[in-house]
Each structure stands twice: as structure tokens, then as C-alpha cells.
Design a protein around this ligand. Structure first.
Ligand code: PLP
Ligand code: COI
Length: 354
């Protein structure tokens, strides 16, 4: 694939690491390419970061044909910039695209796009502890007609944002509200796809939780409101007695790449790990009788985020005295160690930018 590059004539100043937050600052360029049924993917280009101009009837604005991904580039101590498991994000993006009737991108083209873009923007990868360059590939349908149908024209874009912690708490435990009214997804729907609509549907409960002082909601299944699913922007894991348990991939939760990585690390270390149904009753019982020893969320933006308090039907349960637990800390150290290049990458997850 040929990628044309037009560099900005007015590069921005790089931000101070203390001001980063999450997703507020964007780099100088973006990658773009267009799709039409007739021509396939074409016009791959890196151009200065700027506002988009789209037709007011564009599919995405009316029918929500949009998918996205999230991955990070990390700066190692020796200055090298590297991505974490980018091929996993590319595969998930194509799975989301299939669900939303958006076009597939050949894996090698998506990887080439990511690599060329990060290479050009690599100076934006911050080096302060716990900072990284968040990469946001996304795709949307932009047919200029109001008929409802599979997408014929689409745009794929990658933007990048130097980031610090997603939660203001950083690695400190967050408070999560278990949502028993709204649901996020149902089997057969789009729960396993990373599409904008899932997040739009989540906002009402997220907002209610925030008003009560909680960081995010923990979703229950959409049919019986009985089984644990995932948190707003991360998958969830529990240590109940000696078992580490996480909801199985049922079709309604996102198959997280951090989740997959945690499971691989834990299984290699010989932990007893189960991917299975966990009912809210089982969790509530474990909270009451003290066998819920640790709870944490995992995701690209959230990294490994200990959960210090869970609230269900107005009752608050403190987990591990509100402190980070041993397994949570181990996973945090192992994953971030590999991501920032301080630990040997024995799994082959790192993709250096040459
Ligand atoms: N679940 C949801 C709803 C998410 O938005 C995310 C973040 O991407 C995750 C789980 C974790 O996925 P990953 O580890 O691939 O970032
Ligand atoms: C990510 O972790 O990459 C996500 O996409 C979560 C996001 C909704 C902020």
C-alpha cells in the first residue's frame, strides 16, 4: 500500500507530562484512507491533523455506523518506541467491522498504516512514568443518502493522543457501581464489537454513577440482569478464594486484549483461572462472607485498575480494605513492565517501531 505523507507546516509544542490526562491533546498528523465498493480502500495518506468535513446525510451521523480501536505506543528507557499487540487490535477491528457491515481492512495494510503513522509521530510518545501515546483507529460509514443499508463508502482514520492515567485515581483503587437498571448489550447484538453505539447506550448509567461518586458502572447481562459482564471501559476480574474468575466471552462483552493478556500471564504462572458465568448473587455472597479477595478492571486505557469499592442496590462493599491486592499488583507490574520495556517480553507481544 502506498501512503502519501503531507507534513504540517506548523507543528505544535509538545505538552508537559503533568498536563496530559486522557485524550485531550492530539498530535500533529492523522492517517486517513477512503473506501468505496467500486475502488476498495484507496488514497492512503498521512495529513496534518484537522477537522473533518462530512456530508450532513452521512451514514454515521444518522445510523451510527462507527467502530473504533484503542492501543498504545510506549517509550522505553532507551528511547525506542513500541506498540503492544497491534495485530490483536487489527483483528478485533475487522470483527467489529463485520458486525456493523463496514469494510474489512487487510491486516498487513492496517499494520502498515499504524506503523507509518507512529513512526512519523513518535516524538509525541511521552517518556514520563505511566505515560504513553494512545492510538485511536476508527472507521465510519459515509454514504451520502438516508436509506438504511450496509455501508458502500467508508473512511478509516488513525489519530493519536499523548496520555497519562485514564482515571484520576491512577493505580489507586476505583469505586464501581453495579448497574441493575440499564443494560449495555445483549447476545446477538453488538456487545462484542467496539462500536460507538455501545458507548452511547452506556452514558446514562455512567452519568448516574458519576453523580454518586463512582468512576464507572459494572454491567449485568441484558436478559436476566443476573450475570456480571464488564465495566464501562474495561473487562473485570475477581479473586474469589483461590480462584481467579472473569466473565466468559458470551458475545455481549468486549473481548479485551488486556483481558486476554492477563489470562495468559496468570495461566503461565499456574494460577487457577476460570472464564465462566458469575452471577451477581455469587459475587454478593463473596462480598458478604469475605471470600472476594480482589477485584480489578483491565483495559488499554485503564491498564490494570484495582476496584476498592462495589455498590449494589445501595449497599457498599469494600474490597481488600480499599487497597490494591497482590494479584492485581502482579498483573500491573508484569504488563506495564513488558509494555514499557522494563521486563523481558517472553510472550512476543511487543512490536517495535523501526
Ligand atoms: N470493555 C470495554 C467496554 C472497553 O471499552 C475496553 C477498552 O477498550 C475494554 C473492555 C478492554 O479492552 P482492551 O483491553 O482491548 O483495551
Ligand atoms: C480503550 O481502553 O482503549 C478504550 O477504548 C476505552 C475507552 C472507551 C476510553
Amino acid at each position: 500500500m502506498n501512503i502519501s505523507i503531507t507534513k504540517t507546516t506548523c507543528p505544535k509544542e509538545k505538552p508537559d507530562a503533568s498536563t496530559l490526562g486522557f485524550g485531550k491533546i492530539f498530535t500533529d498528523h492523522m492517517f486517513m484512507m477512503d473506501y468505496s465498493r467500486e475502488d476498495g480502500w484507496h488514497n492512503a495518506r498521512i495529513v496534518p491533523f484537522e477537522n473533518l468535513s462530512i456530508h450532513p446525510a452521512s451514514t454515521v451521523l444518522h445510523y451510527g455506523s462507527e467502530i473504533f480501536e484503542g492501543l498504545k505506543a510506549y517509550r522505553r528507557a532507551d528511547g525506542q518506541v513500541q506498540m503492544f499487540r497491534p495485530i490483536e487490535n487489527i483483528r478485533r477491528m475487522n470483527s467489529s467491522a463485520e458486525r456493523l457491515c463496514l469494510p474489512q481492512i487487510p491486516e498487513e495494510d492496517a499494520l502498515q498504516a499504524l506503523t507509518a503513522f507512529v513512526k512519523l509521530e513518535q516524538d509525541w510518545t511521552p517518556s514520563a512514568p505511566n505515560t504513553s501515546l494512545y492510538l485511536r483507529p476508527f472507521m465510519f460509514g459515509n454514504d451520502e443518502t438516508l436509506g438504511v443499508h450496509a455501508v458502500h463508502n467508508a473512511t478509516f482514520i488513525i489519530i493519536a493522543s499523548p496520555v497519562g492515567s485514564y482515571y484520576k485515581e491512577g493505580i489507586n483503587p476505583v469505586k464501581i457501581m453495579i448497574e441493575d437498571e440499564d443494560v449495555r448489550a445483549v447476545r446477538g447484538g453488538t456487545g462484542y464489537a467496539k462500536c460507538g453505539g455501545n458507548y452511547a447506550a452506556s452514558n446514562r448509567a455512567g452519568e448516574r454513577a458519576e453523580q454518586k461518586g463512582y468512576s464507572q458502572v459494572l454491567w449485568l447481562d441484558g436478559v436476566e440482569r443476573k450475570y456480571i459482564e464488564e465495566v464501562g471501559a474495561m473487562n473485570v476480574m475477581f479473586k474469589i478464594g483461590d480462584e481467579i474468575v472473569t466473565p466468559m466471552l458470551s458475545g455481549s462483552i468486549l473481548p479485551g486484549i488486556t483481558r486476554k493478556s492477563c489470562l495468559e500471564v496468570l495461566r503461565k504462572e499456574g494460577y487457577q483461572v476460570s472464564e465462566r458465568l458469575i452471577s451477581i448473587d455469587e459475587l454478593a455472597q463473596a462480598m458478604k462472607d469475605g471470600t472476594l479477595l480482589e477485584a480489578w478492571g483491565c483495559g488499554t486505557a485503564a491498564v490494570i485498575s484495582p476496584i476498592g469499592e462495589l455498590c449494589y442496590k445501595g449497599v457498599k462493599y469494600t474490597v481488600n480494605e480499599g487497597k490494591i491486592g497482590q494479584v492485581t499488583q502482579y498483573l500491573y507490574d508484569t504488563l506495564t513492565g513488558i509494555q514499557w520495556g522494563n521486563k523481558n517480553d517472553e510472550f512476543g507481544w511487543i512490536y517495535p517501531i523501526q
